[in-house]
Design a protein. Structure first.
Length: 260
């Protein structure tokens, strides 16, 4: 009897066309799709086959989620566990994989587009700029779920590099305090709510005005807050061009003008 690996698939940030070709194919051939209904939009589910069984995991606990996937797997069904964004980031997949592997269920992961990259596209910004910022921190503030002390937001913001803060829209007051202290009160900050969805909202503000801006726009969930010197440099159009396309720069595919 053939048994197919359970496939954990990244649905992307919201736009159904931002799922990968591989993820779309997995949905089209699935017998069971267990999806995170609180985050995965119905539009993504249209890629599932007409005979696929769709189960919303929003009201299920870990045991129920794993049991339904394992049962279908052992009955030779094709299972897709559909997560928003990319499964590796705030996807709670490690605990599911651990139990499935204990049950002898083979698993495979298909990556997806995370919201930070959909947000950058909406803002038309690059997180990394030569001599400005070469790192991107993806993180969240401590809420009901704690974070390791060495990864508290203030410690990370002290690096003053590009930062995308997930799952923290309801903590705008505390987030504002940390960003203003580390990037400066006048530093540009962007808020992207429901990135790539049809009702996407993009707001520009400053670190000191973050809470007021989000409150006025009635944003308290499903939003990323973006900060860092790369934002200010691009907003002011004040940054150096990369060496990659510099006509005097020689690399493995091109000899620079004036080079010997």
């Amino acid at each position: 009897m053939t048994q197919y690996p359970v496939q954990f698939v990244g649905a992307g940030p919201g736009d159904p066309e931002l799922i990968t070709v591989k993820g779309k194919h997995a949905l089209e051939t699935a017998d069971l799709v267990v999806y995170a209904g609180s985050l995965v939009p119905d539009a993504v589910l249209t890629w599932a086959g007409k005979d696929a069984r769709l189960e919303n995991s929003a009201e299920m606990d870990l045991e129920a989620i794993v049991d339904i996937m394992a049962q279908t797997h052992f009955n030779s069904g094709r299972v897709v566990r559909l997560h928003s964004g990319d499964p590796s980031l705030y996807g709670a997949i490690a605990e599911q994989l651990r139990i499935l592997e204990q049950k002898g269920v083979a698993c495979r992961i298909i990556p997806g587009v995370t919201a930070a990259f959909a947000a950058a596209a909406a803002l038309k910004v690059e997180y990394t700029l030569p001599e400005v910022s070469q790192s991107l921190i993806l993180t969240r503030m401590q809420g009901r779920t704690p974070v390791p002390e060495k990864e508290n937001l203030a410690s990370l913001a002290a690096h003053q590099t590009s930062m995308a803060v997930y799952l923290s829209a309801g903590l705008a007051d505390k987030l504002q305090e940390v960003l203003a202290a580390n990037y400066g009160p006048d530093a540009p900050v962007a808020v992207v709510c429901r990135a790539s969805h049809k009702d996407e909202k993009v707001l520009w503000t400053t670190a000191a005005d973050l809470e007021e801006t989000m409150k006025a726009a009635q944003i308290s969930r499903q939003a990323l807050v973006i900060a860092g010197p790369a934002l200010e440099a691009q907003k002011n159009r004040d940054f150096s061009a990369s060496k990659l396309y510099d006509k005097t720069f020689t690399h493995g595919y091109r000899k620079g003008h004036g080079s010997k």
